[in-house]
Design a protein around this ligand. Sequence first.
Ligand SMILES: Cc1cc2nc3c(=O)[nH]c(=O)nc-3n(C[C@H](O)[C@H](O)[C@H](O)COP(=O)(O)O)c2cc1C
Length: 182
Amino acid sequence: MDFLELCKGRRSTRFFSRAEVSTETLEGILEAGIWAPSGHNEQPWFFSVVRDKSLQDTISVKTKVLMKESPVSWIAKKGADPNFHLFYHASAVIVVSGKTSAYSAIVDCSAATQNMLLMAHSLGLGGCWIGLISPFLKLPEAKELLGIPEDYQGFYAIALGYPEAGIVPKAPSRKNPQVQWL
Ligand SMILES: Cc1cc2nc3c(=O)[nH]c(=O)nc-3n(C[C@H](O)[C@H](O)[C@H](O)COP(=O)(O)O)c2cc1C
């Protein structure tokens, strides 16, 4: 696939079919993640792959409790919405954590996340970057539930699955880039 076409065609997918994503496919997505650049080549990422639906549900419920308390009204509203599921009932969720002592952990983990989203799209999967999980990931119990090592901090998650047939997410329009050519 042409690379610009791949970038433009990737969409945040929020409706997933019931089809499960295989271990091999998830491994391929993780491999794309680790080929991201990283500051000082520290590769400071740690991935928790959550296929257990009851654990996904638990994290969604716990995160929504925190979202309801948010001073940001759209976040509080989503937290209170009984139909909102943090991971949109995805087949798998990858939680991305970074080593706290690393030079640029959150930037490196963001680069890895985008690689994984593009890889997922190239394989016909849908994915969605889930930043709303971050208040939950700050809780000590998150490390326990997700097997995150003590010296790492969870940043966000990726919901992954095959898109629900017939639902094609509309591409939000892009603003004109602000560029200074020198
Ligand atoms: C840092 C970050 C956090 C995001 N968090 C969420 C989220 O928690 N839930 C969600 O549905 N989408 C989330 N998104 C997806 C954005 O809403 C989406 O990328 C944006 O609307 C553009 O749509 P597109 O990805 O289809 O181009 C997040 C994206 C980024 C980059």
